[in-house]
Design a protein around this ligand. Structure first.
Ligand code: SAH
Length: 247
């Protein structure tokens, strides 16, 4: 039996945003190892599989990465069809490449399946085009949270002229605001803070760079949320919202 692990993106939450390839992998899975941010509704595609939860949200009880590695290896070496299911895309702030590399070093074949990352889904669900001719020539995905707590080059980001999509930013709003203002971004720059993107509980708080900390507190913004910072936030009104197909 060939030892193989599928590293699969589960998308941002809405089960209809799974890719067909993800569904195929889930259909074949015997073991599915899932993170906290994966919507359990996607597990309808693997009714026969054993589900192993290996979440590790910041501040909560966590599963050490080394344990996850060893567990994947053990199941793969037993000849099981293993799907490692991660929220959004496995390689956008998801440690997908680390897991793939580690498995590869241990002789396990890995197949990666893209997922729709939360930043893209959140923006679309709020009608925000992340790039827009004449307004934003690019988009930068950035995490506000680093393992060593090192600071980001907010000044470079402020000057980039691209739309910023910030992951893991809820606990770092002050740093983001101070960094971008100090880096020369205008206080009036529009900001959208999108909580639980693509899920029925999705909430959106519109603000500006200068007011975002205050507005987020009044809104009681909670994780998981992404921030979209840029002129494109203003351009959102003319887009129609995606409809839920099986609502
Ligand atoms: N691999 C994931 C990101 C994991 S990092 C992806 O591609 O989407 C975890 C961060 O992702 C959260 O702190 C939050 O910033 C963001 N996130 C994940 N799911 C989200 C959701 N449904 N709504 C808003 N933000 C989300």
């Amino acid at each position: 039996m060939s030892a193989k692990v599928w590293l699969v993106g589960a998308g941002p939450g809405d089960p209809e945003l799974l890719t067909l390839k993800a569904v195929k992998a889930l259909n074949q899975a015997e073991i599915v190892m899932i993170d906290d941010l994966v919507n359990p509704a996607v597990l309808e595609h693997c009714p026969g599989a054993r589900i192993v939860s290996v979440g590790k949200r910041g501040g909560c009880r966590s599963t050490p990465q080394a344990f996850i590695h060893r567990l994947m290896l053990r199941y793969a070496r037993q000849g099981k069809c293993v799907v490692r299911l991660k929220g959004g895309d496995p390689c956008i702030f998801g440690r997908g490449s680390e897991e793939a590399e580690w498995l590869g070093e241990h002789g396990i074949e890995v197949e990666m399946v893209n997922g729709i990352t939360a930043g893209l889904a959140g923006a679309t669900n709020c009608g925000i085009p992340l790039t827009l001719r004449g307004v934003a020539r690019g988009v930068t995905l950035v995490t506000a949270h680093t393992q060593d707590d090192s600071s980001l080059n907010w000044a470079a980001l402020a000057q980039s002229g691209t739309t910023l999509v910030v992951y893991m930013g809820v606990a770092k709003l002050a740093d983001i605001q101070i960094g971008l203002l100090a880096g020369g971004m205008r206080g009036e720059m529009p900001v959208a803070m999108i909580e639980n993107a693509s899920l029925p509980e999705q909430r959106e708080c519109r603000s500006s760079l200068a007011a975002m900390q205050h507005d987020a507190a009044a809104f009681a913004l909670k994780s998981p949320a992404i921030l979209v910072i840029g002129e494109v936030v203003r351009a959102s009104s003319s887009l129609s919202m995606p409809q839920r197909l099986h609502a």
